[in-house]
Design a binder for this molecule. Structure first.
Ligand SMILES: [Zn+2]
Length: 259
């Protein structure tokens, strides 16, 4: 009897401790280092806040790390550093621009849908504050389709998910209807694409994340910080607690899908 009672006390005492120990490693998988600040300093600063960095290079079709040569140079600067190595890609044809050998050195590939091909063939940068769409519903239908195209690619992380141009942000909850949210969540889960919780824009909404959690999506944290910008993971951590996520819900980089 005594033994059993003692065991029970031990379980009760140890459970909160065990829960504390299960705290996941906090990783910022959307950090853009542009060489303006020393990398070691950035790593040290982040570590001081208990955060490991995912250094995310940017590769457009004609700019940034657009091919093997520039990506290899970038990756060599990360050699031996305690960081994850990522690449954010900007056009759907990105797998053709790199060899599998060089891509194989990455821990993850991310993409967002912020370069939006408009109906007149022009590509619009949705983060430009002057961007406006007079017909918001029409924009949303085309934007959802563009997101589906991005999510169909061999990427690991969907960055800046559900971002809206500034002019439409006040209507976020109205425009992101359950049907639109479900469509993209389904696609992310089906294609095993991780949904970033983004603390630059505080997106996606809690409602979106609840639906995604129910559907079994995986999540990552992203500050979308550049070298000398202030930034934090507050929104990510708030959502992590609010949604009662656990370490098992978070993505751990394990290499790109193109192998
Ligand atoms: Zn980015």
């Amino acid at each position: 009897m005594k033994k059993a009672a003692f065991a029970l006390v031990l379980v009760v005492v140890l459970t909160p401790l065990a829960a504390q120990q299960a705290k996941p490693e906090i990783v910022d998988l959307h950090f853009h280092w542009e060489g303006k600040a020393p990398l070691d300093k950035l790593i040290e600063q982040a570590a001081g806040q208990g955060v490991k960095l995912g250094i995310t290079g940017e590769g457009g079709a004609t700019w940034g790390l657009s091919g093997d040569k520039s990506l290899t140079e970038f990756l060599s600067k990360l050699d031996g550093k305690p960081v994850y190595r990522g690449l954010q890609v900007y056009t759907l044809d990105w797998p053709q621009r790199y060899s599998k050998e060089v891509l194989g050195k990455l821990d993850y590939v991310a993409a967002d849908a912020l370069m939006f091909p408009d109906s007149n063939g022009r590509v619009i940068a949705l983060w430009n504050p002057k961007v406006e769409f007079p017909d918001a519903e029409d924009f949303m239908d085309r934007y959802v389709q563009h997101n589906l195209n991005v999510l169909a690619g061999p990427i690991n992380i969907w960055s800046n998910p559900t971002y809206l141009p500034e002019s439409l942000q006040p209507k976020y909850d109205k425009l992101w209807t359950p049907a639109r949210m479900q469509k993209l969540i389904e696609a992310a889960v089906r294609n095993q694409v991780v949904i970033e919780i983004n603390s630059k824009y505080n997106i996606p909404s809690a409602a979106f994340l609840e639906l995604a959690k129910k559907r079994g999506a995986k999540f990552s944290f992203g500050s979308n910080r550049h070298d000398d910008e202030p930034g934090n993971l507050d929104y990510c951590q708030t959502m992590y607690r609010q949604l009662r996520l656990s370490a098992a819900d978070l993505y751990v980089p394990a290499g790109p899908k193109v192998k």
